[in-house]
Design a protein around this ligand. Structure first.
Ligand SMILES: NC(=[NH2+])NCCC[C@H](N)C(=O)O
Ligand SMILES: O=C(O)CCC(=O)C(=O)O
Ligand SMILES: [Fe+2]
Length: 338
């Protein structure tokens, strides 16, 4: 890939204004993101975004090679969104940052369909990422003091998203997200063979555990997660095109395989990706779009402020195939897996 392909799309001032006015109007026309009408209208509403940025995201998605792309220059009304919250729990929704959440949903519609998890942040469609004191040292988006180790988002799950959107509402200390892509030619053909085989196990990460939700285990919403913890079904780390494979990894939640051949291949790919991780700062107004099969991501450690001015990102998962998860959703119109 050439350097030019990786250049961010920088919105012209008039494009940024058009987008800001559009998402404000949409946020007034629809009551919340649980509104089925909003989900029905997403492609129509996304079609009203400036052509240049639509085209940029479509080229990224259709190209299916680059791990990430960036759109820079969105306007974020700092007054309107108010201070960075202390916790996502018990927040009134939609909150004052509903227009920014709408923006993520509109971009989602250019890539597929947005969805959420019944087992994450009490089942909201658009997730909050800001430092929470009680999670300071945890391997969660809500952590801060520790390196958030790199991962495929929801790597443990067969229905994980194809794309992941991160939008920065504020990031005063320019805390970097980290992104890494695979160069398969650097691995030995034998290791690649092994990594294509179902010889690895990825446990559900802690964001899906009852202790990190406030819904309780009512209705058995965590039964599926518990089953995956118990079963430890083996999965492949690489899949797809042998010349340009997709990857699925979250080493923090993977034990090194017990057989020596798989363990060697596992160590080789983890070292390879480790060495290729790069910082990508999502500053205020930036959208970072990740291809969840082509890039892994994490976040560098930072010192949280806890004074209302902290880094605040919004996140949504996007699937190109909503129908495949129908067995996990309460109805055809539901966007929540679990
Ligand atoms: N290696 C890891 N820390 N994996 C878990 C990633 C964080 C998780 N996706 C969250 O929402 O908080
Ligand atoms: O904070 C970031 O930049 C990334 C967070 C993340 O990867 C996550 O919450 O899963
Ligand atoms: Fe993540």
């Amino acid at each position: 890939m050439s350097k030019a392909d990786r250049a961010p799309y920088v919105l012209e001032p008039d494009e940024a204004r058009t987008i800001a006015e559009h998402v404000l109007a949409v946020s007034r026309a629809y009551p919340s993101f649980d509104d089925p009408g909003l989900m029905l209208d997403l492609p129509y509403l996304a079609g009203q975004l400036p052509y240049g940025v639509q085209r940029h995201l479509r080229e990224f998605a259709m190209g299916d090679r680059a791990g990430y792309c960036v759109v820079r220059g969105h306007l974020v009304d700092q007054e309107r969104i108010g201070p960075t919250p202390e916790h996502w729990r018990a927040r009134h929704r939609p909150g004052p940052e509903f227009p920014e959440e709408i923006l993520l949903l509109l971009y989602s519609a250019l890539l597929g369909e947005p969805f959420g998890w019944a087992t994450q942040q009490d089942g909201v469609l658009v997730h909050d990422i800001f430092p929470v004191r009680a999670h300071e040292n945890d391997q969660l988006g809500l952590g801060s003091r520790e390196l958030l180790t790199w991962h495929t988002e929801d790597a443990f799950h067969p229905y994980r998203g194809d794309f992941l959107l991160l939008a920065a509402l504020r990031n005063p200390d320019h805390v970097p997200t980290t992104v890494g892509e695979l160069d398969v030619s650097a691995l030995s053909p034998h290791d690649v063979d092994v990594l294509f085989q179902e010889r690895f196990h990825i446990a559900p990460d802690e964001s899906h555990l009852p202790k990190n939700n406030s819904t309780g285990t009512r209705g058995g919403r965590f039964d599926g997660i518990q089953r995956m913890l118990d079963e430890q079904r083996p999965v492949a780390v690489l899949f797809g095109d042998r010349e340009a494979p997709c990857l699925r990894l979250d080493p923090y939640f993977m034990a090194e395989p017990t057989d020596a051949e798989a363990a060697r291949a596992f160590r080789a790919i983890v070292e390879h990706v480790d060495a290729r991780m790069r910082p990508v700062v999502a500053d205020v107004g930036d959208l970072l779009v990740l291809n969840n099969h082509r890039a892994v991501h994490g976040r560098l450690p930072f010192r949280a402020r806890y004074d209302g001015t902290d880094r605040w990102l919004k996140r949504v998962c996007v699937t190109a195939d909503l129908a495949k998860s129908r067995d996990m959703r309460a109805g055809a119109e539901s966007r929540l897996l679990g």
